[in-house]
Design a protein around this ligand. Structure first.
Ligand code: ADP
Ligand code: MG
Ligand code: ZN
Length: 500
């Protein structure tokens, strides 16, 4: 039946995706030794007998690393194990000097959590199967040619060896490359909020393996999967998955689905996934409990204590912004996703007597434009949130026009001056004084008899032209609403009232 449907091209396939995300924890020292974890140090400068795997060296667990991993588990709604135990995963690779990796196999630290993402089809809950704590391997630098497939030799930097890492394993719940990206973005945002990872994909501190299979729509069983290793940008995750899904669907449609599970690599240059090796089975690693590391008891009091250090997370902020403050969903997420931006935004809202939506409009608009233009980090912004609020107050009170407010904000951005000083020193205050504007209008009307006649003859456009002339004469400072009212009063001939 299925065969026949496929033959006539009626089988529709769907993708099944599960991610294994690796996040380096930003502890000051490594997970089982005292070496520093600073990124970008000269190669092989942050190493010792423990992380180089020299005979006789013994590991000791970094308490902070364990606390960070527990915090991640709590934020992802997991159960936390009552003991922390480590296993050895044996395999040989040049970047792994001990020939085993200390990881958790028999009892992961965290299990059974979930993470919600906002997809085009609505809110989606993605399972977090488990999170475990382990050590990084060293970094292999392929050299001598472009792309890993053409490399002639490799260099190894052991600085990364022993940096604490958590592996976060999702359920096979994602269906589209776009969903995988949303999941990663959300996860990254949460880990950054917790302060347990810096989330820098470009430095490799966050990366993932993407598992993907395809199956006919409606089928429950999962097909054989490929695991695309070591993706290190949101773009790579999406592109690699899109390519691999198409490849597997074509194979399935032509009657030759994957016969074996396989590990593949993403080749950025060619835009293709490349076969690496058949997928290892767990028994091949000969996992066994690490005899050098005693189990650590995790009391519920300790877990609670860690729980109390967790700040308000992006989901809670998003809810507050949309429900209490009326922000549009998209805007709320853009702000909530980035902790520092959110804190800044909230500080402005706190000082501002008007609508928070006005603040989000300015923060995501002109302010973000300046941040991007100058590649300024939010920590380095010179505008004090209180001053930002004062500017918005001046705008609301009509002291400055919208356009002038942009100019003032720009000056604030570059100089850190307060808005009132800028408005005063540069003479930017809006002119709302009726008498002063009446004189200006009278002068403009006298100077432009043509447009005045046009307007009176019924050409509505001439009105805008005259408003423009008044604005020009005041370098944009005239209050346009007052100008319009005066112009209407001046121009309307008694027998032929204009609209408004
Ligand atoms: P490992 O890859 O280390 O053997 P698991 O078997 O637990 O570990 O799977 C890792 C990831 O692969 C998980 O995110 C899981 O959801 C996903 N996964 C497992 N089987 C499939 C499949 N058939 N298709 C797609 N994803 C899968
Ligand atoms: Mg795997
Ligand atoms: Zn060390």
């Amino acid at each position: 039946m299925q065969h026949r449907r496929r033959e006539v091209g009626l089988v529709e396939y769907e993708a099944v995706i599960g991610l294994e995300v690796h996040a380096e924890l930003c502890t000051a020292s490594k997970v089982f030794c005292g070496c520093a974890t600073t990124f970008g140090a000269p190669p092989n400068n942050q190493v010792c007998p423990v992380c180089l795997g020299l005979p006789g060296a013994l590991p000791a667990l970094n308490r902070r690393a364990l606390e960070y991993a527990i915090a991640a588990g709590l934020a992802l709604n997991c159960q936390i194990a009552s003991t922390c135990q480590f296993d050895r995963k044996q395999y040989y690779y040049p970047d792994l000097p001990k020939a085993y990796q200390i990881t958790q196999y028999h009892q992961p630290l965290c299990t059974g959590g979930c993470l919600e993402i906002m997809t085009k089809q609505g809110l989606k809950r993605v399972g977090i199967t488990r999170i475990h704590l382990e050590e990084e391997a060293g970094k292999t630098v392929h050299a001598g040619s472009t792309g890993i497939t053409g490399a002639q030799y490799a260099l190894i930097d052991y600085n990364r060896c022993g940096i604490p890492l958590i592996e976060i394993v999702s359920g096979p719940d994602l269906r589209f490359p776009e969903e995988a990206k949303l999941f990663l973005e959300k996860l990254r945002s949460i880990l950054c909020y917790l302060g347990v990872s810096d989330g820098k994909m470009e430095e490799g501190s966050l990366r993932c393996d993407a598992n993907v299979s395809v199956r006919p729509v409606g089928e429950q069983a999962m097909g054989k999967r490929a695991e695309i290793k070591n993706l290190n940008s949101f773009r790579a995750v999406q592109a690699a998955l899109a390519y691999e899904i198409r490849r597997q669907m074509e194979l399935a449609a032509s009657g030759t689905p994957l016969a074996m599970e396989e590990a593949r690599a993403w080749d950025e240059q060619s835009g293709m996934t490349v076969y690496m090796r058949p997928k290892e089975q767990p028994h091949e690693y000969r996992y066994y409990p690490d005899p050098d590391l005693m189990p650590v008891v995790i009391s519920s009091a300790w877990v609670e204590e860690i729980g109390r250090t967790i700040p308000e997370l992006p989901d809670a902020k998003y809810d507050r912004y949309t429900r209490q403050w009326g922000l549009a969903s998209h805007d709320a997420w853009l702000i909530a996703a980035e902790q520092k931006l959110a804190a800044y935004f909230e500080a402005v809202v706190e000082s501002f007597s008007g609508n928070p939506k006005t603040v989000s409009h300015w923060v995501l608009g002109e302010f973000s434009r300046l941040l991007n233009l100058e590649k300024t980090a939010i920590d380095a912004v010179k505008i004090r949130p209180r001053d930002f609020a004062v500017l918005l107050e001046r705008l609301a009170a009509g002291t400055v026009s919208g356009n002038t407010a942009k100019t003032v904000l720009e000056t604030m951005f570059y100089t850190g001056q307060d808005p009132d000083t800028i408005i005063r020193e540069q003479g930017l205050a809006q002119i709302s004084d009726v008498q002063q504007l009446q004189e200006l209008v009278a002068a403009v009307l006298a100077a432009h008899p043509g447009p005045v006649a046009d307007y009176r003859a019924g050409k509505a456009k001439a009105f805008d032209y005259l408003v423009g002339q008044v604005m020009k004469a005041t370098r944009g400072r005239a209050n346009p609403e007052v100008v319009r009212q005066i112009l209407i009063a001046e121009l309307v001939p008694a027998e032929k009232p204009a609209k408004q």
